[in-house]
Design a protein around this ligand. Structure first.
Ligand SMILES: *Cc1c(COP(=O)(O)O)cnc(C)c1O
Length: 376
């Protein structure tokens, strides 16, 4: 073999690694991190992704998983056993609430959902068995922003851990560990990989003890990511900062445009001054507000259909955070399972459309929106 010096990490598409002899095997166990044995325990591609995300989030280390859901599972199981209790923000990704309320309760982990208004004072919710609070930096789809430093103050006072799902904000806007959170999770599927071609997750820890537990859960439950997905996500991650700047500036322009449009009744975007947490979002997000926004046209299914059908090239896709703009419909997807009363209460009505703003030229996006709104 000639000497090969690749500029980028090759894809180690192998399930297992070989040893020359027993000495090498002993070295593997004696000097962890120096060699590889089995891809479920570790692989250069997933390790590269973990290291790069960990650098961005400033943790002691990170564990990469097969999806955002398995990252949440690993973070919860790392510190909880049957008989324990967890708190979860009421406004949370639907998959997270389903995992906690419908699956983990079956194995004896109890959950209580905390209304947004009560997130900073948990006295009425914490029990002796409570281990953690799970919350998101920004909620979906109405972009409520939580003050992570205040949440951390309260969870410390209650001696429970704070786990933050930082998927919407990304570490380019907000680094929850620096603000006092104990663990951060991401759906790497979204901004971190960024190109709508990977399903992956990650847990970043502040303490070595948590990291070892998360690592163990990942390995023993088999929640690992494949090498190719790790490679793709690492590749996407290299442009995260550039992408987030463009996502954010595009979204701000679009939010401002929609806000003064006669056919738009309401816009939810933390970058708008009338957003209830605008000042917090500005400070906690380094002046960037991310690429997600929602708006409401009239509460009429036909109007929504006409809007979608008239968008020349923006697809309706129930996910988010890709380089290409897409729209989603919370009432029919993420919030479908809520009762009509709950939907009304949170403000997710027939006319609410969510925009995942991409990195195209903003003028193109605005022109496209104009065409679609004219059809409403
Ligand atoms: C998509 C998403 C998840 C779940 O991630 P998957 O990669 O789909 O498993 C969790 N939290 C948030 C905020 C998400 O947007």
């Amino acid at each position: 073999m000639p000497h090969i010096h690749p500029k980028t990490t090759p894809i180690y598409q192998t399930s297992v690694f070989t040893f020359d002899d027993l000495n090498e095997l002993e070295l593997y166990f004696g000097q962890p991190g120096q060699s590889y044995m089995y891809t479920r325990y570790g692989n250069p591609n997933t390790d590269e992704l973990a290291q790069e995300v960990n650098k961005l989030e400033s943790g002691v280390g990170a564990v990469v998983t097969s999806s955002g859901m398995s990252a949440i599972l690993a973070a919860v199981l790392a510190g909880c056993k049957a008989g324990d209790h967890v708190l979860c923000a009421e406004e949370i990704y639907g998959g997270s609430s389903t995992l906690l309320a419908q699956e983990l309760t079956r194995v004896g982990i109890e959950v209580t959902f905390v209304p947004s208004a009560e997130m900073y004072t948990l006295d009425n919710y914490v029990q002796p068995t409570t281990r953690l609070l799970l919350a998101e930096t920004m909620s979906n789809p109405l972009l409520q922003v939580f003050d992570i430093a205040r949440l951390a103050q309260e969870t410390k006072r209650q001696s429970i851990k704070l786990v933050i799902d930082n998927t919407f904000a990304t570490p380019i806007l907000t680094k929850p560990l620096a603000l006092g959170a104990d663990m951060v999770i991401h759906s790497v599927t979204k901004y971190l990989s960024g190109h709508s071609d990977v399903t992956a997750g990650v847990v970043i820890c502040k303490e070595q003890e948590d990291l070892q537990r998360v690592q163990r859960v990942m390995m023993v439950y088999g929640l690992n990511l494949s090498p190719f997905e790790g490679w793709l996500a690492s590749r996407g991650l290299k442009t995260l900062r550039l992408r987030m700047k463009q996502h954010s500036s595009n979204a701000l322009q679009i939010a401002q445009h929609l806000q003064q449009h006669p056919k738009v009744e309401k816009v939810w975007y933390p970058g708008l001054e009338e957003h209830p947490q605008h000042e917090l979002a500005k400070e906690q997000g380094q002046g960037l507000f991310g690429g997600m926004l929602s708006f409401r046209i009239k509460d009429d299914t036909e109007a929504v259909n006409r809007f979608m059908q008239a968008l020349p090239s923006i697809p309706f896709a129930p996910s988010l955070a890709g380089v290409n703009t897409s729209i989603s419909y919370p009432l029919g997807t993420s919030h479908r399972a809520l009762t009509a009363e709950q939907q009304q209460k949170v403000g997710i009505t027939i006319g609410v459309i969510r925009f995942s703003v991409g990195i195209e030229e903003p003028e193109e996006l605005i022109a496209e929106l104009e065409t679609a709104l004219a059809a409403v």
